[in-house]
Ligand binder design. Structure first.
Ligand SMILES: [Zn+2]
Length: 529
């Protein structure tokens, strides 16, 4: 039986508004509204796996605090086929899958040659591909004065949780925080001032050494499979000049502390959370991903990164709490994808799989026959092409896709190959087909979609990888915290598309369009449906 909103409201000591109507529950007669939240915060930790909350012992800082005080879903899923940063970030606050957001891969993400980067120059980035709306649009529909700040080291990390709104969205490029001409014509004084303080170049010549005593790390440091066999032992030195630091800082933990410091400065300068109605802060921290790629999820480096991130996040939450009262702040934390163990690690089966030997000759044959590439592009299992143009030239694209699928299915380490026809015909219980359907917009033209065997990841470089739909790539934590949230570990599988609808329900705003995700009822203290 459904709990009534009245009973739940009585049970909660909370001060968060959860609209019963939005959750499909009867509004209790005479219920008094709770004090509203004045700030919603989304923290994304790029490549964070759920086990990072527990595998290093009790974390004393921000990660540990959220884990202990929040509603924790360790079986969150980026429930689509290509587990890249861009499509993952687009799911959180849109509440929709890549098939709906149209953000399919990192390459089919935010790159936009029609924009330039402010101050540092060069081709910019924007949400031009992104379709539909997201939480910030829903908040502005209810309150045109709603404010936003979105910050990340990566352009896609800052841009895609926001949607298409032209708002304060900043990312890190060539040693400073900036934005593109999609958002603004010039950088505001506070961004210039932050960049001018030289926090990045002050790290020149610094060594990254483990924060804790050696005995605190169970992971051996001397693993030559890390970082392509180069510089895999602590300490890791940053170059001695500021240009060198700007090029290397992505791979040391300090990039996250700089991002958090910049975000906090922005919260104060933009007066986020200072009104009676809610504002939105998005912070996407990219270093766990960079270190994870280079050294792998089982490295001493990743352990140290999480230990440091935990402390910095604690500092950030404390500092934020001094600006916006914690009882008026709601928070969600998640990740854009997980990561597979690094190939070559002792005990790891599987490895890297490449279809270059099929795709390259195919691309050459198409170019020779049609005088151009015809949009042929292979990325993380998806072979896209300008199918309409090929048809206009008399190509039987159905037969072409079938023959490609046959060749690819015969290659090693391939579990499944779909064509548009076979994907449409796949039974509803086929989990791979379900994830490709969630990934591919109806108007995206493609020939084959490939699933490698578990343990096999795309690519050929000496890095740890994500990108496939195997469990350790798809599974991410989802944490909801703040007043009114019922703490606990909730083992049922949920999706990152549930985060936007959950925050919307907590803020009392209504999504402007149908979402794939649904509010997380346990987090809201409403019991499972
Ligand atoms: Zn990555």
């Amino acid at each position: 039986m459904l709990p009534s909103c009245a009973a739940d409201r009585r049970r909660r000591a909370a001060a968060v508004v959860v609209s019963c109507a939005l959750l499909g529950l009867p509004e209790p007669a005479g219920a008094r509204p709770h004090a509203p939240a004045s700030l919603a915060v989304l923290v994304v930790i790029d490549q964070m796996r759920p086990d990072y909350f527990t595998r290093y012992g009790e974390l004393p800082g921000g990660l540990g605090r959220l884990y202990r005080s929040g509603a924790v879903y360790p079986r969150g899923m980026q429930d689509h086929a290509i587990t890249h940063t861009a499509p993952g970030h687009a799911t959180f606050l849109s509440g929709r899958t890549p098939a709906s957001t149209n953000v399919l891969t990192n390459d089919l993400g935010v790159g936009d040659t029609a924009t330039t980067l402010l101050e540092v120059g060069g081709s910019g980035a924007s949400p031009r591909r992104f379709r539909g709306t997201a939480l910030y649009d829903w908040m502005r529909a209810a309150d045109p004065g709603a404010r936003l700040l979105s910050v990340s080291r990566k352009d896609r990390g800052a841009i895609l949780p926001v949607g298409r709104a032209r708002a304060p969205v900043y990312w890190f490029a060539r040693g400073q925080f900036t934005t593109s001409t999609w958002y603004a014509d010039s950088l505001p004084a506070w961004v210039r001032a932050w960049n001018g303080r030289g926090g990045v170049s002050s790290l020149a010549g610094r060594a990254w050494r483990p924060l804790l005593a050696d005995s605190a790390y169970a992971e051996p440091d001397s693993m030559a499979y890390e970082n392509g066999g180069r510089d895999f032992l602590f300490p890791h030195w940053l170059p001695g000049d500021s240009a060198g630091v700007a090029g290397s800082i992505n791979y040391v933990p300090w990039m996250d502390s700089l991002t958090l410091d910049f975000a906090l400065d922005g919260v104060r300068r933009l007066h986020l959370g200072a009104r009676t109605r809610p504002d939105l802060l998005i912070v996407s921290l990219s270093t766990t991903d960079a270190i994870g790629h280079r050294y792998g999820p089982d490295s001493r480096e990743q352990h140290d990164q999480i230990v440091r991130l935990d402390r910095w996040l604690g500092w950030f939450l404390d500092s934020l709490g001094a600006t916006v009262p914690p009882e008026r702040t709601i928070l969600a934390l998640s990740a854009d994808h997980g990561v597979a163990p690094m190939a070559g690690r002792p005990g790891t089966t599987g490895g890297r799989v490449s279809l270059d030997s099929v795709v390259r000759p195919f691309r050459r044959a198409i170019a020779a026959a049609h005088g151009g590439p015809m949009g042929v592009d292979f990325e993380s299992g998806l072979l896209s092409a300008d199918v309409s143009a090929l048809r206009e030239r008399g190509v039987d694209t159905g037969r072409l896709a079938d023959s490609l699928a046959r060749v690819i299915a015969g290659r090693p380490h391939i579990a499944k190959v779909y064509t548009p026809r076979s994907l449409a015909a796949a039974p509803p219980g086929d989990p791979h087909a379900r994830r490709w359907r969630r990934h591919l917009p109806r108007d995206h033209e493609w020939l084959v979609a490939v699933v490698p065997r578990d343990g096999w990841v795309w690519g050929s470089s000496g890095e740890a990888h994500h990108g496939t739909m195997q469990a350790d790539n798809v599974t991410v934590p989802v944490v909801i915290a703040g007043p009114g949230v019922r703490p606990g570990i909730y083992p049922r599988p949920v999706r990152t598309t549930d985060i936007g609808p959950t925050l919307a329900a907590m803020l009392g705003v209504r999504p402007a369009e149908p979402t794939d995700g649904r509010p997380l009822r346990e987090a809201l203290g409403l019991g499972a449906r």
